[in-house]
Design a protein around this ligand. Structure first.
Ligand code: HEM
Length: 429
């Protein structure tokens, strides 16, 4: 069973009564209920990471935003812990993941694991490509890709049933992010496979995929260097080659796969989860069909109600911090639980209800599905746009779209951090 939780990750479950492990079946299979129960215990709750190391779950909307904008919580564990070999969750997990030690640097040197000033430097190099203006200019192309995929959807039908995940939810964001970064078309199926291997958390698949992925990026950079263009890869190469010290070799490699993987492995599941939500809430589906202008607000609500990312990267306290009456000691790890915050009844009326009109028109999003603060999702504007185009056009192309299985038959991949459908079988008409 490719979806089974690799045994290496279940060994610590249940070891510490009262301190739920992120691999607890209750949290994996029902994160909204499981983390929701923790949220009602308190805003700061003791738990355990995959490697059994202790952490604090941050569960409520206000405290989540507080932690994410508090510079005393670092993403780079070195800033909080020094080089604490052996008691470092990230390295422990990479080891359990089967990622050889010489590959660790490609993960630790990611924008997601850095603080200022390194984070600021890395973010500045890529943020220009993701401004609202640049993303708006991409919209016609996103629409064109969407139309083409939707037109061809019936070609993939078997007995009238199409898997939306495989034939629409993935291909759309992969095509968009690969065009933006400058990944050649013939390489994209390979990237789809690497993405799947990385999220599988299967040590064998990870050990097998990461070195060739890194090697492939090296080789791609070599080729592109000979003929720079206006894509993001060329920008990164220029920053590396010309502006001495702005970007190291490892940072350049890491940035490429972070962008390609973060750019599609998440958005695909906004499209998948969101479509499933709409099809199981006919009244909401009707609202969106009748008023396509509702799309931006609908995407805010779908991000809140079934956003694909459940929690952020770990943060580490760089000094003792008192939060909601709990003392978090210097060096302690903290995990912000976005799904718990997005259902916090202290912040939302009737949070369980999907309500596409919940977010007033023209207002900034009122959820934490894209995070908050310094590491707020770089691709949020792009992801929202892809969502708006995808939902709008899917409903317009297929007025009779329906689930081909009972809602309770939809299977989610039981992995911490992500909320994703393995397949979404639909009848187009
Ligand atoms: C960061 C979610 C789409 C690139 C984040 C974070 C979240 C998130 C929660 C913050 C993590 C943390 O604070 O630890 C999502 C969701 C998406 C999505 C739910 C789709 C629905 C994208 C896309 C890109 C992208 C399309 C394309 C470039 C990134 C990057 C970061 C990030 C580079 C790191 C930013 C930083 O550390 O400064 N994303 N993301 N994401 N996201 Fe997204």
């Amino acid at each position: 069973d490719p979806n089974a939780v690799p045994a290496a990750f279940s060994v610590h479950v249940g070891k510490h009564p009262g301190e739920p492990n992120v691999m607890d079946p209750a949290l994996l299979t029902d994160p909204f209920g499981g983390y929701g129960a923790l949220r009602e215990k308190g805003p700061v709750v003791r738990g355990r990471f995959i490697d059994d190391s202790p952490l604090w779950f941050i569960t409520r909307f206000d405290e989540v935003r507080e932690v994410l904008r508090d510079p005393r919580f670092a993403n780079d564990r070195m800033h909080a812990r020094g080089n604490a070999e052996g008691e470092d969750p990230l390295s422990n997990v990479l080891e359990t993941f089967g990622i050889a030690e010489e590959m660790n640097k490609y993960f630790t040197d990611s924008i997601l694991n850095k603080d200022a000033p390194d984070h600021t430097r890395l973010r500045r190099l890529v943020s220009r490509a993701f401004t609202a203006r640049r993303i708006n200019a991409l919209r016609p192309r996103v629409e064109e890709i969407t139309d083409e995929l939707l037109r061809r959807l019936p070609e993939h039908a078997e007995d009238g049933v199409v898997d939306l995940i495989e034939h629409f939810a993935y291909p759309l964001p992969i095509t968009v992010i690969c065009e933006l970064v400058g990944i050649p078309e013939e390489d994209r199926p390979q990237w789809r496979a690497w993405g799947a291997d990385l999220v599988s958390m299967d040590p064998e698949r990870l050990g097998r995929s990461v070195p060739p992925m890194v090697g492939h990026i090296h080789e791609l950079i070599g080729r592109r260097r000979a003929a720079l263009t206006d894509d993001l890869l060329s920008d990164l190469i220029r920053a590396h080659d010309e502006d001495g010290g702005k970007l190291s070799d490892v940072e350049m490699i890491t940035m490429v796969f972070t962008l390609v993987l973060a750019g599609h492995e998440t958005t695909a599941h906004l499209i998948g989860n969101g479509t499933a939500a709409l099809l199981t809430h006919p009244d909401q589906l009707r609202l969106l069909r009748e008023d396509p202008e509702l799309a931006p607000r609908a995407v805010h609500e779908l991000m809140r109600w079934c956003g694909p990312v459940q929690g952020t990267q770990l943060r580490y306290a760089t000094e003792d911090v008192e939060l909601a009456g709990v003392r978090i000691a210097k060096g302690d790890a903290v995990q912000v639980i976005l799904v718990a915050a997005n259902y916090d009844p202290r912040h939302y009326d009737d949070p369980e209800r999907l309500d596409l009109t919940r977010h007033p028109a023209g207002q900034a999003e009122n959820h934490v599905g894209f995070g908050h603060g310094m590491h707020y999702c770089l691709g949020a504007t792009l992801a929202r746009q892809e969502g708006e185009v995808a939902f709008g056009k899917l409903l317009a192309h297929y007025p009779d779209l329906a689930l081909a299985v009972a809602p309770e038959e939809l299977v989610r991949l039981p992995r911490p951090g992500n909320w994703r459908l393995t397949t979404l079988p639909l009848r187009l008409r």
